[in-house]
Write a protein that binds this ligand. Structure first.
Ligand code: MN
Length: 234
């Protein structure tokens, strides 16, 4: 079922992430929602999410998107997320993805192909983004080979490359992650989110009050401090 993987990985008594309802069946239309969530977890990464068929297809991009067509950024495909996730910004106190999520960009996307499902199967999706920070034409290209081990051994590789096409929105010089590091939702950085949302998540999620989650929260606070000293190390 859609979102089973998403829900199986999470304990919603600990995490304020949305559980998500039934994936909405939407009218076929060209313009769909997209977002990028900057996620300070074990490693800093940027989660690119594209609305398709009532869910958000998701890729974790360790180094973040690059506007330079010469720079291909690894994008690991992860489980589909509920549409409601697209607005999420906050603290995941413990468990899967423990850390801080900042809504780094959002807007709409449009496929540059007729059949998105066929493009995904083929491993070559050309698309246009219209966000605050990311715009213009991009490609997601799956790397050759298959997933090596585990339950999905033999399936197509989960490793894709995110590539900017040359256009008015590409740039060889501007490092967009450094130039525009803050939330498009709240203009917050990780420390602001921690300060604003920690008390609420603590009281609203009983699971966050266990000893294990307290230790996890302490680690998250350290991570945010480290990020403030060295923003590009994560
Ligand atoms: Mn993530």
């Amino acid at each position: 079922m859609p979102l089973d993987d998403y829900r199986a990985k999470r304990d919603f008594s600990v995490s304020p992430e949305p559980r998500g309802g039934q994936p909405a069946r939407r009218r076929k239309r060209r313009t769909r929602f997209f977002c990028v969530q900057k996620h300070l977890a074990t490693q800093l990464h940027y989660d690119l999410r594209l609305e398709h068929d009532g869910v958000l297809l998701s890729w974790a991009v360790p180094r973040g998107p690059s506007l330079d067509p010469q720079t291909r950024r690894l994008a690991m495909q992860v489980e589909d997320h509920p549409l409601e996730y697209g607005d999420f910004e906050g603290i995941i106190p413990d468990g899967y993805g423990a850390g801080v999520v900042l809504l780094w960009d959002r807007g709409t996307w449009e496929p540059e192909v007729d059949d998105v499902d066929a493009a995904l199967r083929r491993g070559d999706l050309k698309l246009r983004l219209d966000g605050y920070k990311l715009k213009g034409s991009w490609a997601l290209v799956r790397t050759k080979g298959t997933a090596g081990r585990g339950r999905d051994a033999g399936d197509p590789s989960r490793a894709w490359l995110l590539i900017k096409h040359r256009d008015d929105w590409s740039s060889g010089e501007l490092d967009i992650a450094t130039f525009a590091p803050l939330s498009v939702k709240s203009e917050a950085d990780f420390a602001d989110i921690l300060e604003q949302q920690l008390p609420a998540v603590w009281t609203s999620h009983p699971g966050a009050q266990s000893a294990g989650s307290l230790a996890s929260l302490a680690k998250i606070v350290k991570k945010v401090e480290q990020y403030q000293r060295e923003p590009n190390r994560g």
